[in-house]
Ligand binder design. Structure first.
Ligand SMILES: Cc1cc2nc3c(=O)[nH]c(=O)nc-3n(C[C@H](O)[C@H](O)[C@H](O)COP(=O)(O)OP(=O)(O)OC[C@H]3O[C@@H](n4cnc5c(N)ncnc54)[C@H](O)[C@@H]3O)c2cc1C
Length: 577
């Protein structure tokens, strides 16, 4: 008995020693991982993906003194912020091929990176314009309350009177939501002192909110844009015009809960002219925004390599150590920042075995549909609207030239796609950047960009080339109904659907934001609970894509925040050493 007891005690003691040794070894591995101590690295920081967020991250990292390398798979940087000449026989015609207007890039980034010195130049857009198939038109001005009142009065006096209150209501919400965009979401539910501290700080910062404002934010987060607009307005024309921002890039019609927030996301930026919700055209197209950021990054010392696709993120001893390129080249770094779609970044390149199971499941469940088709056109002349005649440049050519006459029209386009067919009558958010920007095509011609929805959400799986052309023809017919010269004015057409967005630009599922802006994918849930602070489950790996909080859109915030997190962690590690 006694011998057995001694043996048992010895075995327990042995187990305890082993457990202690294992814990010590794990601590040592974690400490080594945290300190980044495993021999010299080729670079301090590698940024995977040269979209605008990757470039912003690189600029901030390089400015902090880090030797930084950007690796971009395509022959050019910019990702979805790209200016291209899609017609080989007409190289003088350039289109802003995917994203098309600016509003969300905050002054902090513009100033920190001195983007204006590097070529960032915005022309504020003119009014929203919709010409109606049954006759007449409406213009909505973001910056002129008097003209807005006059315009809206033509459709509803009641709505015209409601408009200033609506604008003030939105401005009040922007005061709450705007700063939240620049807030790093706290890790809600975590009991770690740092996370609790961050949660309390967020609560403290919002201590001034009253019952009314919290109710308004709750409504915004939970309502459909249709229900919200029904509470405010009566005229179908006004509601149609205001509903567009609620469904941009979204796999949801205007009657779906959550679309009110999408409208707010698109309404809380300004282009620096002080008018909330105003949008603008970058001279040279959206590629010029990325080029300006790239110049800032390179001036700060970052190296930018194109045609350099990354195949794998190297994880050793539980820590990111660098990357392997498609050609097999291994490049090491103390820190890796990835800006790719979450499925590519984590499931394909980091690998499931290097990630916690919960996180893998969250990324597998990530919703990434859009059903967006971008149609870029070269025009021999401007659209001559029956309601506002003339092919000479006029105010209504300078803003959004919409094809979204009413909410039921928009809803029907979504219902078609949800039922598995491309919209019979798609809706479009159209713009004519050449109303201001003379750099995109030869004098006398114009470029028109149509952001349209919807085709079925699985069209990322096959090219659907002929059907996309037929869809584009129907879209053009819709405009032709209100501007009868439209069809005959088109000299070149470029149609980019979900398959091309996924396979050429890495936008998995064709989603324009690397993931839907649905409620369960916002703030502390973006891209996964516990990892909304631009860090990832792998120490040394940071996440800067539009699939993090404040994305999507060309806002650069994910890039800035990921770089700041990497810089802060590095400084803490150095201080500890
Ligand atoms: C049709 C369309 C219209 C839009 N309109 C607007 C708009 O008007 N205004 C607005 O603000 N936003 C708009 N958006 C959204 C906005 O463009 C995106 O949210 C934003 O550009 C994404 O930036 P990003 O840097 O996070 O990612 P991306 O731009 O997707 O950049 C990721 C980069 O990684 C590269 N890459 C992919 N795989 C690899 C690899 N293996 N190795 C190395 N590099 C790789 C890609 O080529 C790409 O350059 C639009 C998007 C689309 C598609």
């Amino acid at each position: 008995m006694a011998a057995k007891a001694t043996q048992a005690a010895k075995s327990m003691a042995g187990k305890a020693v082993k457990t202690a040794q294992a814990a010590q070894a794990a601590r040592a591995t974690r400490a080594a991982a945290k300190a980044g101590a495993s021999g010299p690295a080729d670079y301090d920081a590698i940024v995977v993906g040269g979209g605008h967020n990757g470039l912003v991250a690189a600029a901030y990292l390089a400015r902090s003194g880090a030797r930084t390398l950007v690796l971009e798979a395509r022959p050019k940087t910019g990702g979805a912020a790209t200016t291209e000449a899609p017609w080989p026989d007409a190289p003088d015609f350039k289109v802003t091929r995917l994203s098309y207007v600016m509003s969300l890039l905050p002054p902090t980034i513009i100033n920190d990176l001195q983007l204006e010195r590097h070529g960032y130049k915005i022309y504020p857009m003119g009014p929203y314009y919709q010409a109606f198939p049954e006759g007449g038109s409406i213009k909505l001005y973001a910056d002129d309350a008097k003209r807005n009142h006059d315009e809206v009065s033509r459709w509803s006096k009641k709505d015209a009177d409601a408009m200033p209150r609506w604008d003030a209501w939105l401005a009040g919400l922007a005061d709450v939501l705007g700063p939240l965009l620049l807030t790093v979401p706290p890790n809600l539910g975590s009991r770690k002192p740092r996370d609790l501290n961050e949660t309390l700080r967020l609560a403290w910062r919002h201590r001034g909110l009253n019952v009314r404002t919290i109710a308004d934010v709750t409504r915004l987060m939970t309502m459909s844009i249709a229900d919200l607009l029904d509470d405010w307005f009566e005229s179908p024309q006004v509601k149609g015009a205001l509903a567009v921002n609620g469904v941009i890039g979204t796999w949801a019609g205007p009657y779906e809960p959550g679309t009110a927030y999408v409208m707010a996301h698109h309404s809380i930026g300004d282009v620096g002219d002080g008018h909330l919700g105003n949008w603008g055209f970058q001279e040279g197209g959206m590629g010029a925004v990325a080029d300006a950021i790239s110049r800032a990054a390179r001036e700060a010392g970052a190296e930018v390599r194109t045609n350099a696709g990354v195949r794998q993120v190297i994880v050793e001893n539980g820590r990111a150590r660098g990357v392997v390129l498609g050609n097999g080249q291994r490049i090491t770094a103390k820190v890796v920042v990835t800006s790719l779609h979450p499925r590519t970044a984590f499931l394909d390149q980091v690998g499931r075995s290097n990630l916690p199971d919960d996180f893998v499941t969250d990324i597998e469940h990530w919703k990434t549909r859009s059903g967006v088709v971008k149609i870029n056109l070269a025009l021999a002349e401007l659209p001559d609207f029956t309601a506002d005649p003339g092919t000479n440049p006029q105010e209504h050519h300078t803003g959004s030239v919409e094809m979204a006459p009413t909410m039921p029209y928009i809803e029907q386009a979504f219902q078609d796609a949800r039922n598995g067919i491309p919209a019979v009558k798609p809706f479009s958010d159209g713009v004519i950047p050449t109303a201001f920007d003379k750099t995109l095509c030869p004098e006398g011609y114009h470029i028109m960009s149509l952001f349209t929805q919807w085709v079925p959400s699985d069209w990322n799986e096959e090219p659907h080339t002929d059907e996309l052309q037929a869809y584009a023809d129907r879209m053009i017919d819709c405009y032709n109904e209100v501007a009868p010269n439209f069809k005959s004015s088109i000299i070149h057409t470029d149609v980019v659907g979900p398959y091309q967005m996924e396979h050429e630009y890495g936008l998995v599922g064709g989603n324009i934001f690397h993931g839907e802006l649905s409620l369960e994918q916002l703030f502390h849930m973006r891209p996964a609970p516990g990892f909304a602070d631009y860090r990832t489950p792998v120490p040394g790996l940071y996440y800067a894509s539009s699939a993090t909080h404040a994305g999507g859109g060309v806002c650069g915030i994910p890039g800035m925040q990921a770089a700041k997190a990497a810089i802060a962690d590095r400084r803490t590690a150095i201080r500890r050493r």
